[in-house]
Design a protein around this ligand. Structure first.
Ligand SMILES: C[S@@+](CC[C@H](N)C(=O)[O-])C[C@H]1O[C@@H](n2cnc3c(N)ncnc32)[C@H](O)[C@@H]1O
Length: 227
């Protein structure tokens, strides 16, 4: 990590450089190269998704948070575990495609288990099915990152009665992805696999970095309960 915070213009340039990544593997290489500066750069972007997602989970989770086991999908460097720990959660298992991001998560000392996994390509361990009190995926369901179909797995790995919390961006570049995601979330509800608890639209999600947007972009937190 650099001792001097990056400027907004530099962070924007770093993120825009990733837009040319054409494959999921390219994207993971980008995260491998970004891992050491990721948290510092996201603070410059005013990235609040972990705080927003944790607040929605905590408003509804009625069990003892210290006993809950949380699966953090696309955990990155561990920002969700850091935030949830502040709200009393203590047990975390993480998966991510980027070995360098996972190494940062490992160094946080917050995860009981961490696995490298290309979501959408590699299956998660079958023995995990139905075993988590809370499953989260924050900052990773968006165009060019984790495929929409992974939402079905998120549901599969939660315990009956467990919560599944997901976020996505609502800015122009991600609207088609968001529509597909919401289609699948609704389909899983029709299949009787989960029920929607709440959907929270947030206007000031994070600072905009694309060439055609200014200020802040909107985003959304979805919270479902497995049946
Ligand atoms: C914006 S970061 C979010 C990390 C963390 N959840 C947070 O909120 O800080 C996106 C993460 O998703 C991971 N990722 C993106 N696409 C992936 C894929 N197809 N399979 C596994 N991980 C992926 C990246 O390696 C990165 O760590």
């Amino acid at each position: 990590m650099s001792s001097v915070p990056n400027t907004f213009e530099n962070v924007k340039a770093v993120i825009l450089s990733a837009h040319k990544n054409s494959t999921a593997r390219d994207k993971i290489s980008f995260y491998n190269s970004w891992a050491k500066n990721y948290e510092q750069d996201l603070a410059v972007l005013d990235y609040r998704a972990p705080i927003l997602a944790t607040s929605r989970i905590s408003s509804h989770f009625s069990g003892a948070p210290e006993a809950a086991v949380v699966l953090d999908v696309a955990c990155g460097t561990g920002l969700m575990a850091k935030q949830m720990k502040k709200n009393g959660y203590e047990h975390f298992v993480g998966v991510d495609g980027s070995e360098a991001m996972l190494e940062m998560a490992r160094q946080s000392g917050l995860y009981e288990d961490l696995k490298q996994c290309m979501l959408g390509e590699d299956p998660l361990p079958g023995k995990w099915a139905g075993s988590f009190d809370v499953v989260v995926i924050v900052g990773a369901l968006s165009v060019g990152q984790v495929p929409v179909e992974v939402a079905r797995d998120l549901c599969k790995f939660a315990k009956p009665g467990g919560y599944i919390c997901m976020t996505t961006r609502s800015n122009r570049d991600n609207l088609q992805y968001k529509a597909s995601l919401e289609g699948l979330l609704g389909q899983l509800e029709e299949e009787g696999l989960w029920t929607r608890v709440e959907v929270t639209e947030v206007q000031q999600w994070e600072r905009a970095v694309s060439e055609h947007e200014d200020g802040y972009i909107p985003g959304v937190v979805y919270l479902y309960k497995k049946l």
